[in-house]
Write a protein that binds this ligand. Structure first.
Ligand SMILES: [Ca+2]
Ligand SMILES: [Ca+2]
Length: 334
């Protein structure tokens, strides 16, 4: 799948108009077709709800999924197979699942997830056909499918507690490119184990992605970097991998809400950039990024609380910063 929105930002209004009439990728469905109920795949049949209920007065360009406001035009959602997802949006907007329109009868539409794990696209278009949201819609592989610590041969291992209910399933390399936010793609967060093995599975916390987005956007606006993303040195880790590398027994990486990151565009050389401008790459640069994140998260109340840690270079990698959205404050390494 490719992103529609990432292209929109660089296109002129004329092309945008044409785009609005194009079908979404990956499906034969005609986006222009009048949404009639009999055309729907029965698996995603919408339960068009009581038109008088749920008018919670959200703005015409806002979107809520299961009661949570979607923070960016590009975002993601996870759902277990066959479960319902509640999509709340102004009635004049069009909601499409893999290009197929979900009928509207009020503010809430219910999308029932397909029974097969995999990735899909939920798109929201405005009354003029303009694309407002593109949501990667991941139908999770349930944890109950784990056999002898593996999912389809991919080693998961054993959670010490609080095993996730399900895992995002990536079937092939193409799935790596699915955007989960304006500056991050799902493939950046996969575990480093079994590089040639497909499918791969991971868990990814929205609180983590929000923290990373807020940080990168602020760095860009401040002119500290023009990086299009943060380099994710380590994102999700399976319990199997986490144990193999001797990491902390309850590392937040196993729950997909931690990432070890650095800025790497100037030069793009596989190590942290000289963020503090002292002419060398060192712990001073991870300290600089740590302090920057610390101040930013203290001011920005929209992000969940979490951890920040600063690390020095060692023999095999450069300095980096650990960011997580664990839900409580933690600081180390500074
Ligand atoms: Ca660099
Ligand atoms: Ca430096």
């Amino acid at each position: 799948m490719r992103s529609l929105l990432s292209g929109v930002s660089v296109l002129g209004a004329g092309i945008l108009g044409a785009l609005a009439l194009s079908p979404l990728p990956g499906k034969e469905a005609d986006a222009e077709a009048t949404p009639v109920k009999q055309d729907l795949d029965p698996e995603i049949q919408s339960a068009a709800v009581d038109p008088d209920a749920d008018n919670i007065g959200i703005a015409p360009d806002e979107l809520e999924i299961d009661g949570e406001q979607v923070p960016y035009p590009i975002w993601y959602a996870t759902v277990l197979p066959g479960e319902d997802m509640r999509v709340t949006v102004a009635p004049q907007n069009e909601v499409l699942f893999d290009g197929i329109a979900i009928p509207a009868a009020g503010w809430t539409r219910t999308v029932t997830a397909p029974r097969e794990p995999g990735s899909h696209i939920l798109a929201v278009r405005g009354a003029g056909g303009e694309l407002l949201y593109e949501i990667a819609f991941f139908v999770l592989e349930p944890s109950s499918n784990i056999r002898r610590g593996r999912l389809d041969g991919y080693r998961i291992g054993n959670y010490p507690a609080d095993a996730p209910a399900g895992f995002i399933r990536l079937d092939d390399r193409g799935d790596m490119d699915v955007p989960v936010s304006p500056h991050f793609r799902i493939g950046q967060f996969i575990c480093k184990q079994q590089p040639g093995h497909w499918p791969k599975f991971l868990v990814l916390s929205q609180d983590l992605i929000k923290r990373l987005e807020v940080l990168l956007v602020e760095l860009r606006e401040d002119g500290a970097t023009d990086a299009e993303t943060l380099f994710v040195m380590s994102g999700f880790r399976t319990p199997f991998y986490n144990t193999a590398i001797g990491s902390a027994k309850r590392s937040r990486h196993m729950w997909g809400d931690a990432a070890d990151v650095y800025v790497d565009v100037s030069p793009q050389d596989g190590v942290m950039d000289d963020l503090n401008g002292d002419g060398r790459v060192s712990k001073g640069d991870s300290n600089w990024l740590y302090d920057y994140a610390e101040e930013l998260y203290a001011e920005n109340k929209t992000v969940a609380s979490g951890g920040i840690g600063a690390y020095s270079a060692n023999a095999v990698r450069g300095p980096f910063v650990h960011i997580d959205g664990r839900g409580s404050r933690a600081r180390w390494g500074r």
